[in-house]
Design a protein around this ligand. Sequence first.
Ligand code: TPP
Length: 296
Amino acid sequence: MPLSTEERRRLEEKAHELRSLSVDTVVWAGSGHIGGAMSAMDILTILYHKYLRIDPRDPEMPGRDRFILSKGHIGVGYAPVLADLGYFDRELLKEYNHTGSPLGMHLDAKKVPGVEVSTGSLGHGLAIGLGLALGARLRGESFKTYVLLGDGECDEGSVWEAAMAASHFKVTNLVTIVDRNRCMIDGPTEEVMALEPFADKWRAFGFETITCDGHDFDALANALDRALAATDRPVVIIADTVKGCGIDFIAGDYRWHYGGFDAEKTAKAKESLARYREARLAGGAVGAAGAKGASK
Ligand SMILES: Cc1ncc(C[n+]2csc(CCOP(=O)(O)OP(=O)(O)O)c2C)c(N)n1
């Protein structure tokens, strides 16, 4: 169903709040994977605030939907999402990645409520999600499994083994999303290891392929609704995003895969996020193009 004006505004405000809290978390930690956290934040926001059937008061709720953050290095963005929902005390974010903290850089499913699977070693989330989806089908359970992959992560052969199996078993209770920010740790994806024609590759593996703007809630909702309606083959959503979305001096720059902000950069990041929020609420900066340019 299309988003109502009120719902869209609620998601916009929440995504802004979470982007800002991620910047705070980077500052408390000293550094973090800010680029990929910002590119994924609209996807995380719409999943956690519209689609996932979960209960933060009961993280192990039987029948809950499962979410796997396969690009597990963005704990600095994921921990704020979970804290904000009440899975754990927000104050803990101040200890993110500190020695002895339950919140490590890559969130540990045994220590952090709400985290289904410990990730960080790339390339495993889709295979684990596929196992959960097949298990649900075998047991007649109706929950859905969502997996968020990085595009650089798709250099891992294990992603494609899982894709091949998902297609072979005609798995339709699994929603695969790729954060297509076109950057990875050490360069643009097309220079490090070309992925294009990316959608064609997923198609060749038997997937229905939906490409959408990963910073446009209407486009994301439309893509997720289509994915949830799948009946005969697995679906992948290739969400076009911008690494560092909303922070003008890091947007689109792979060198901000990981980094820290001093007081001056923190202030600039917050100012940029505030301008970006205004532009999005005004309808002028919706979309991947706006994420890069309109906040300047
Ligand atoms: C198996 C494995 N190899 C290498 C790394 C180191 N590493 C961390 S993030 C990253 C780049 C991932 O790129 P992408 O999936 O595009 O992430 P994003 O740009 O969305 O942050 C790499 C290679 C890792 N975490 N796991």
